[in-house]
Design a protein around this ligand. Structure first.
Ligand code: PMP
Length: 301
């Protein structure tokens, strides 16, 4: 692929020409919403769920998305097609749009709608084979009654601070606690712990995004007969868990083998984590309709 085409407010623009005004309130104030979506072999994974989350986030911040769900679906499919992508990561952004320097969104009559589709960069295989070492960081999760973590807004400073603190600790990912000390989530992923047949993930009110991957894993694990619960837990519960794993659109399911220096289980990706990753990867190719097949692909529609 020589050129990369970005969908920008009704047209496809070459990457280097895809520009937004410095007066966009998404840039000035982080005022907007977004989604990260994955395409597996021409099949957009749970697009409807992603778009529903986008509309809910937009409703919460009183941002009117100037497209129906069906129109946005079409826009995303077109973006994949013009870029001839089979396996891709899609970034859908709706910002408040161009206004003046004041905070009031009333000065921004038209939201900017952007879709970026890129060839997927897979996480290194060793990460899945060896698992991840993480830490908990000083930065606490935004309180749900202040800026709800359920809103996937362009304000990711909370998460960026976590990333910085993780890097300072010499690791690539970290867990945030909420202000009561319960484990909330990672910088851009949800967290699960396994203890015996029980699998726990923090409920939304603790301070977690309702991840699409998280919800898929809850369904898969329930179908496989695990006792899955959305229940608050502490750092101690993480340290003494049999297994710990993170979930997210990009990482899928990734084992955590060390937390704050405590070795989890036997220090290797756990059996149940691997089982869930395998079931998840089966689901992503089996679920849904294929919306695109690359011209030179061997894949049959
Ligand atoms: N939490 C946060 C803060 C995130 O940004 C993400 C990534 N969207 C997730 C969790 C995982 O969500 P999903 O499975 O929908 O990618």
């Amino acid at each position: 692929m020589s050129q990369q085409w970005i969908y920008l407010n009704g047209e496809f623009v070459e990457k280097h020409n895809a520009k937004i005004s410095v007066y966009d309130h998404g840039f000035l104030y982080g005022d907007g919403v977004f989604e990260g979506i994955r395409v597996y072999d021409g099949n957009i994974f749970q697009l409807k769920e992603h778009l529903e989350r986008l509309y809910n986030s937009a409703k919460s911040i009183m941002l009117n998305i100037p497209h129906s769900l069906e129109e946005l679906t079409q826009i995303i499919v077109e973006t994949i097609k013009v870029n001839e992508l089979q396996d891709a990561y899609i970034r859908l952004v709706v910002s408040r749009g161009v206004g003046n320097l004041g905070l009031d969104p009333a000065s921004c009559p038209t939201p900017n709608v952007i879709v970026i589709a890129e060839q997927l960069t897979l996480f290194p295989k060793e990460l899945y084979e060896n698992g991840l070492e993480i830490v908990t960081v000083p930065t606490r999760r935004n309180r749900p009654d202040v800026l709800s973590p359920k809103v996937k807004s362009l304000n990711y400073l909370n998460n960026i601070l976590v990333k910085i603190e993780a890097s300072l600790a010499g690791v690539s990912e970290a867990l945030m606690l909420n202000n009561e000390g319960y484990v909330a989530e990672g910088s851009a992923d949800n967290v699960f712990i396994v203890k015996g047949n029980k699998i726990l993930t923090p409920p939304g009110y603790v301070g977690a995004l309702e991840g699409i991957t998280r919800n898929a894993i809850i369904d898969i694990a329930s179908d496989l007969g695990y006792d899955v619960k959305e229940e608050p837990f502490t750092r101690h519960d993480v340290y003494v868990a049999d297994e710990v794993f993170l979930t997210g659109t990009a990482a899928e399911v990734i084992a955590v083998v060390k937390v704050d220096g405590r070795v989890i289980g036997d220090g290797k990706p756990g059996k149940e984590t691997n089982k869930l990753l395998k079931a998840f990867r089966k689901k992503v190719v089996e679920d849904g309709e294929k919306v695109y097949t690359a011209v030179n692909s061997q894949v049959e529609v």
